[in-house]
Design a protein around this ligand. Structure first.
Ligand SMILES: Nc1ncnc2c1ncn2[C@@H]1O[C@H](COP(=O)(O)OP(=O)(O)OP(=O)(O)O)[C@@H](O)[C@H]1O
Ligand SMILES: [Zn+2]
Length: 476
């Protein structure tokens, strides 16, 4: 590791701790992946911009990163309090499709979002239904000492592990979301690790098990896949802050039962805070969520959303609004214009050491302070005292950690055509050329007419823009 010492906030100990990997030079990370019953909304995607910033920062610091993200295609119920329907089964019924088709469709859509946000692919997308045998084996190992059977499934007794729920800190029988939804459970917090199909129930996905035909519990999936690919104890486990309350305490309990030790499974539990809208967390269950495709339809480049995420610290709530998104797009446009002007003047120089790089490194090393890192990037872009080639070299180094694609993005890339736009970019360019000719001929009537015509189509002409931006799509 080079540069400033890394410090990450661990939700388990609730403190900032200097980061030391288990194996020198290498970091193993597991991130809870999407439940593929619907499109990911921008809140879900915030979770993956966060994990990507984490793994890019570690790579920037010189670590080899081994990252696993799972795909949940079975077991996640409509209520985290261990009740309700399987989200996948419910979606398949509602759309009259097979679960496998639903899973394939939304998995592909999710991976397209990942590419559009310039999020690096993990070593493996581990798919829950590919691991049923291992899940049954894991459950068989812990069942004798830690589980009991009810008609509805095999349940984990949370009192069989020390300090259950320490991660959540607020676990008691009265706690939010902890209501006992299944008759016969020993404790309200006990959770199903295998859910039996009820007689007569038409489930599309079910497997035989020692406890009868059924499906694995969602918490079991992550314990099994993280252990299989990263070992009993790995470095960092990530997820959204909602997972700190139920899903991750349950994973920890299973991991402790399986290893027979108090080890939680990961040395750091890191959680991103929510993307919020007016009535709280952006959420599929509550409706009113926004997906990446719909902002792209409005003419907003996906990396503007990435920049919006980076503009807030990952542990702070981030408010989603059209204004915030347009502000992020404007900031990205300014960066892209400035960087492309530098590219016209020089080739990037390789930079190993520089005070701005040190400041950038210190910001990210301080629990991923991306808002601060962005201001250092702005300095590197704008500091006229530095030679253009050096500035480009600094920008390239910083961009590797932030993933905004600044070394290659062009203005043309940012001019996304809104879905309801009447003119495409080539048509706008053609009218702009006619207008330029009219102005050269001092035919201001024609030039003004073209301006008005373009304005009516949502195109803003930017004469004399200090950054040399000649036109932009108006986003309101
Ligand atoms: N509004 C949000 N802001 C940030 N992260 C979120 C938000 N909503 C969910 N997440 C995170 O997104 C990731 C993927 O979650 P998953 O696909 O299981 O979503 P979900 O629980 O079905 O979504 P929802 O809560 O909207 O119904 C998880 O890490 C989860 O914690
Ligand atoms: Zn998980």
């Amino acid at each position: 590791m080079t540069g400033a010492p890394l410090t990450f906030y661990d939700s388990y100990t609730r403190e900032l701790r200097p980061f030391v990997p288990i194996e020198p030079g290498k970091v193993r990370i597991y991130s809870c992946g999407p439940t593929v019953y619907n499109y990911a909304h921008l809140g879900n995607l915030r979770a993956y911009v966060f994990t990507d910033t984490l793994s890019r920062t570690l790579a920037f610091k010189g670590f080899a990163v081994d990252h696993i993200i799972n795909i949940t295609d079975v077991g996640h119920l409509t209520s985290d309090a261990d009740a309700g329907d399987d989200k996948m089964e419910a979606a398949a019924r509602a759309q009259a499709k097979s679960i496998w088709d639903i899973a394939a469709h939304y998995t592909e859509a999710f991976k397209a979002n990942i590419r559009d946000l310039n999020i690096r692919e993990p070593r493996l997308w581990s798919v829950a239904t590919d691991h049923i045998v291992e899940m049954i084996d894991f459950a068989k190992t812990i069942a004798p000492g830690h589980c009991y059977e009810l008609d509805s499934g095999l349940y984990f007794d949370v009192e069989t592990v020390p300090d259950y729920g320490r991660l959540a800190r607020s676990v008691d029988d009265e706690g939010e979301g902890r209501i006992d939804a299944v008759a016969g459970k020993r404790h309200a917090q006990d959770f199903a690790i295998w859910r039996k199909s009820t007689p007569g129930e038409q489930r599309q996905m079910e497997w035989d098990s020692p406890w009868g035909p059924g499906a694995p519990g969602w918490h079991l999936e992550c314990s099994v896949m993280s252990r299989k690919y990263l070992g009993d104890q790995f470095d960092i486990h990530t997820g959204g802050i909602d997972h700190r309350e139920i899903h991750h305490p349950n994973e920890i309990a299973q991991n402790q039962a399986h290893s027979g030790t108090p080890c939680t499974g990961a040395n750091w539990w890191m959680h991103n805070n929510f993307l919020v809208v007016r009535n709280g967390k952006m959420s599929k269950s509550q409706g009113g969520f926004t997906i990446l495709a719909s902002i792209v339809d409005r003419g907003i480049h996906p990396l503007a959303y990435r920049l919006m995420c980076l503009s807030a610290h990952y542990r702070s709530e981030l408010e989603f609004s059209g204004e915030n998104l347009v502000a992020a797009l404007t900031r990205l446009r300014r960066m892209v214009i400035a960087v492309s002007q530098l590219r016209d003047r020089a080739e990037p120089e390789a930079v190993d050491a520089h005070p701005l790089l040190d400041a950038f490194d210190a910001a990210l090393a301080d629990d991923l302070n991306t808002p601060k890192a962005l201001t250092v990037l702005d300095q590197a872009i704008a500091d006229k005292k530095l030679a253009p080639g050096l500035r480009l070299g600094l920008i390239a180094r910083m961009d590797a950690a932030l993933g905004l694609n600044l070394p290659t993005l062009t203005r043309a890339d940012l001019r996304l055509r809104p879905a309801d736009a009447l003119l495409d970019a080539a048509a706008v360019e053609a009218r702009m050329a006619e207008r330029k000719a009219a102005r050269a001929a001092k035919d201001f009537a024609t030039s003004d007419a073209i301006r008005d015509e373009l304005s009516a189509q949502g195109i803003e002409i930017m004469d004399g823009d200090p950054l040399g931006w000649d036109w932009a799509i108006r986003i309101d």
